[in-house]
Design a protein around this ligand. Structure first.
Ligand code: MG
Ligand code: ZN
Length: 359
């Protein structure tokens, strides 16, 4: 008799546990913060972890998966096609920005989020018109068309963007000063990080360098984490939520240069920003964080290391991108959707589904 009652209780308890787990699983995040380490492979992460005495913020993510990065026309993707896959959910040809291989204009998760009333933002350490951020904003057949990409910002629903690239808005062949147009559209245009930090509300165009920002180990300071903090502060005011893309743009550049200290400085700078994002997501409670890469760069290998001393010896196999799987780390509601091995295009497709962003 007693046994049966106990059994019933156990069954009832486990049903309620299952129910509460499925309710948590069904929760749709209010905000999504999508972080891209350009060129960041698994070895980049462990090299940085070793340099940081065996610990990184990225380890706080609860779920891990992998993505296949090949593009529509090449086993080795470039950042334009890799970013288009991550932004729009379509594999395209290398060099193309927010366009399918047949030059059909695509609509990114950022653009679609803006359409349903979410606030949207971008924070990068390259020019904001560089391939990766451009994939979330623009539709161009060639990533080199940075002045055309700047024009595409005028049509985007974006609320906050912080990075470099002022010259593509101001010193243009067509003579237009797009910063004036941005002001007409209600943006505060800030050209220094001090000005960025002073903006307390509303739309912000932070164009804090002519082109790219300096290297992390050559005077960029905490620009990426400070800009991220500001973007979150501004976007968080929308009760409907927000979509924010953050890129560690120069991990790729350090790796193309086969420069270990440049690469590691960029990795640690990116991870510091990961920490800020995860602190916010943990406190806010309804924010999905996805951290991934568009491809690996440099074929970075780890030859030796010392976790106590924080020493790491790395080698590069190539000055180009490689074809290896890249990791996906996720945290927050729906984080479990991103585990396993998937196509890069599956990541935005899952976002589109969970937020009902189909056109
Ligand atoms: Mg990039
Ligand atoms: Zn690259």
């Amino acid at each position: 008799m007693k046994k049966r009652v106990l059994l019933k209780r156990v069954v009832a308890l486990s049903i309620s546990v299952i129910l509460s787990i499925s309710i948590v699983g069904a929760q749709v995040p209010q905000n999504i913060i999508f972080m891209i380490g350009d060129g960041m492979g698994l070895n980049h992460i462990y090299a940085a972890m070793t340099a940081n005495h065996g610990k990184l913020n990225i380890e706080r993510c609860s779920h891990i998966g992998f993505s296949k990065t090949y593009s529509a026309n090449d086993y080795i993707t470039d950042s334009a096609a890799g970013g288009t896959a991550l932004a729009c959910g379509v594999k395209t040809k290398n060099g193309m920005v927010g366009m399918s291989p047949d030059s059909t204009k695509l609509s990114s998760t950022l653009t679609r989020s803006g359409r349903i009333g979410k606030s949207t933002g971008i924070v990068v350490t390259s020019s904001v018109t560089h391939a990766t951020p451009a994939d979330f904003i623009a539709n161009q057949d060639n990533r080199k068309k940075e002045e055309e990409i700047a024009l595409d910002f005028m049509k985007s629903p974006i609320d906050v963007f912080i990075g470099g690239g002022l010259k593509f808005f101001k010193e243009r062949k067509d003579g237009k000063d797009l910063t004036k147009e941005l002001e007409k559209k209600g943006f505060r245009v800030a050209t220094t990080m001090e000005e960025v930090k002073n903006v307390k509300r509303g739309k912000l165009a932070g164009l804090v360098a002519q082109e790219a920002l300096p290297k992390a180990n050559e005077g960029r300071g905490d620009m990426l984490s400070e800009a991220t903090q500001k973007a979150i502060e501004l976007l968080d005011k929308n009760k409907k939520g927000f979509f924010l893309m953050i890129e560690g743009s120069q991990i790729d550049w350090g790796s193309h240069a086969n420069d270990a200290s440049y690469t590691l400085a960029e990795m640690l700078d990116f991870d510091k920003t990961v920490g800020i994002v995860l602190d916010y997501a943990q406190k806010q409670g309804n924010t999905l964080v996805i951290i991934t890469a568009d491809h690996e760069t440099g074929g970075l290998t780890i030859k030796d290391g010392d976790l106590k001393k924080g020493d790491v010896e790395v080698r590069f196999e190539t000055i180009k991108h490689t074809g290896t799987l890249v990791p996906i780390f996720s945290f927050g509601p729906k984080a479990e959707e991103f585990i396993g091995i998937q196509e890069n295009i599956d990541i935005p497709k899952k976002i589109i589904k969970m937020w009902n962003l189909e056109k």
